[in-house]
Design a protein around this ligand. Structure first.
Ligand code: UDP
Ligand code: MG
Length: 345
């Protein structure tokens, strides 16, 4: 933890940016085709970042291996280049991108930390601008997608609908078109790391945190290699996690639905009562009875289902299991020497 500076003394931290450490956190899951391209692309960009920061600035890339079963780690270790310290945090199995990212944020030592995808969909070219903004004092620098042209029609529209619904019901609106690609100052990373929830909806955590972000726009590229691990079902679950993690409105709404149904039932009862008084007893009531019975039954089921979603998540949170399990950690120490030589030190 040589580079980790406790963030309590802000003045000291800002003063230290001259020999700062910049961390890039990259969760990887079966990305053997993408890691090599990523490392090659990053070399020049990180050299530029070190120049921008100045002094004896260092850069590290923290790969979080999220249970890959292919040659991902071997390809990272085989990378010949130098310039950045390369560290690998190996999780014991596939925990999913958000827990992997959480592990990376805990293991990154940098004064500024940037989570990135390995597939170059988060273009490294804009990193220097993000770093420059950080140097000038910004604590959160967001990379905002200008268009999602490279995403499929389904992904674009489902994402749009999700943002709409989410922002209507949550008190902490999400900034549309911002993913996990953002620069976070150590101060912000420490707060994120101290948040205990097990179901980590990162976008929601970021918006809860506040901090006025500085925005940099970019064009979203297509994947450099490999295929996305997301399918429609995982996106749907992601959306439900997001909404239940940030809002209790879906729970509260049932009191109103219940009230509404009760009022309709009362009006209908009065109508039936009056009709019986005026026209006498009307025996066939089967269809109206069934309609009322089924409607109320269905409404009850939906309400129970939604309460179940929350109860399930409460169960996960109270178990207090670790978010991820680190099996192994490796640091390519010689690369730090290599960095110093490359800097002429
Ligand atoms: N990823 C991960 N664990 C998973 C799924 C994905 O660490 O279970 C990583 C993946 O290797 C990549 C990043 O998360 O670096 C983004 O994944 P992907 O490109 O598949 O997502 P998309 O860009 O389609 O949102
Ligand atoms: Mg991707």
């Amino acid at each position: 933890m040589t580079f980790h500076q406790p963030n309590k003394d802000k003045a000291a931290q800002f003063g230290n940016r001259n020999n700062a450490l910049l961390s890039i956190v990259v969760p990887v899951f079966n990305e053997e085709d993408a890691v090599g391209i990523f490392l090659r692309e990053m070399e020049a960009v990180l050299a530029t970042c070190r120049k921008i920061i100045g002094g004896e600035a260092l850069t590290e890339i923290v790969f979080v291996d999220d249970g890959s079963t292919d040659q991902t780690i071997a390809r990272i270790l085989a990378h010949e280049g130098c310039g950045s310290i390369i560290r690998i945090v190996k999780l014991s199995r596939n925990f999913g991108k958000d827990p992997a990212l959480a592990a990376g944020l805990v293991h990154a030592h940098g004064h500024a930390v940037v989570p990135m995808d390995v597939d170059l969909q988060d273009p490294p070219e804009i990193l220097p601008r993000m770093v420059a903004a950080w140097i000038s004092g910004e604590k959160v620098v967001n990379a905002v997608r200008e268009d999602r042209g490279s995403d499929t029609w389904l992904k674009r529209h489902s994402a749009g609908t999700f943002y709409n619904v989410y922002n209507r019901i949550s008190s902490y609106p999400l900034q549309p078109n911002v993913g996990d690609f953002r620069l976070l100052d150590r101060e912000v990373v420490d707060i994120l790391n101290s948040m205990p929830e097990r179901i980590r909806f990162m976008k929601g955590l970021f918006s809860w945190l506040g901090f006025q972000p500085f925005n940099i726009e970019y064009q979203r590229q297509a994947r450099s290699a490999g295929t996305t691990k997301w399918n429609f079902w995982s996106l749907w679950n992601f959306a439900i996690d997001g909404i239940t993690a940030s809002s209790t409105l879906p729970l509260r709404v049932w009191s109103y639905v219940g009230g509404g149904v009760a009022i309709i039932a009362l009006i209908y009862s009065i109508f039936l009562f009056m009709r019986t008084l005026i026209y006498g007893v009307d025996v066939p009531g089967y269809s109206s009875l069934m309609v009322v019975l089924l409607t109320i039954g269905a409404v009850n089921m939906i309400a129970l289902g939604i309460i179940g979603e929350y109860v399930g998540r409460i169960a996960i949170e109270v178990r207090q299991r670790p978010l991820y399990v680190v099996e192994d950690e490796q640091t390519a120490h010689e690369r730090s020497l290599c960095t110093r030589n490359a800097n002429g030190n």
